[in-house]
Design a protein around this ligand. Structure first.
Ligand SMILES: [Fe+2]
Ligand SMILES: [Fe+2]
Length: 178
């Protein structure tokens, strides 16, 4: 990434966010097939958020008059041995995205692009929340390995994966609200 400009790397990040969307749809479908609807709903909802991130970055590229590519993505992982593996994969993905976002902020700063650096701030905060939520969920599914309904009950109780959580500080997304 170091030899790529901020604008190029931001386009790469559109691909990373769409890849996260595809991966979370795949996780949701896995849980749906296992008749674990709360876990499915949680990941369907996460998928929509990832799409939103891709579209926010797309809108920024448009607003900043930078070239916009809508890149293709690699196929997601779709087979899992138990209820824990998908969440392990999701947590690893969120940690990887956190590094990507930090690298983007650093690159913007290096280029003296303070608007770009400022744009990345919301994503830095968002990643703190996403890693934290996924870490919590991992602990829950690990405890529920032999009784997945415990994880389902926890998700129902915590209200995760349901309803909206519109964030008024979120950057605008291309095509309007998600
Ligand atoms: Fe994201
Ligand atoms: Fe995420």
């Amino acid at each position: 990434m170091a030899d790529r400009t901020f604008a190029e790397s931001l386009n790469d990040q559109v691909a990373n966010e769409f890849a996260a969307h595809q991966q979370y749809v795949a996780l949701a479908v896995h849980y749906e097939a296992e008749t674990l609807p709360r876990l499915a709903a949680f990941f369907y909802r996460q998928a929509v958020e990832e799409r939103g991130h891709a579209m926010m970055i797309t809108q920024y590229l448009l607003d900043a008059d930078l070239p916009v590519r809508i890149p293709g993505v690699d196929a997601p992982e779709t087979s899992f041995s138990d209820i824990v593996a998908p969440v392990e994969l999701a947590l690893a993905q969120e940690k990887r995205v956190t590094q990507q976002i930090s690298a983007l902020a650093a690159l913007a700063r290096d280029e003296g692009d303070y608007q770009g650096e400022q744009f990345m701030q919301w994503f830095i905060k968002e990643q703190v929340e996403e890693v934290s939520t996924m870490s919590d969920l991992l602990r829950v599914v690990e405890r529920s390995r032999d009784n997945p309904l415990q994880a389902e009950e926890w998700l129902a109780r915590e209200g995760l994966g349901q309803g909206e959580d519109s964030d008024p500080t979120a950057p605008p997304a291309a095509g309007g609200a998600m």
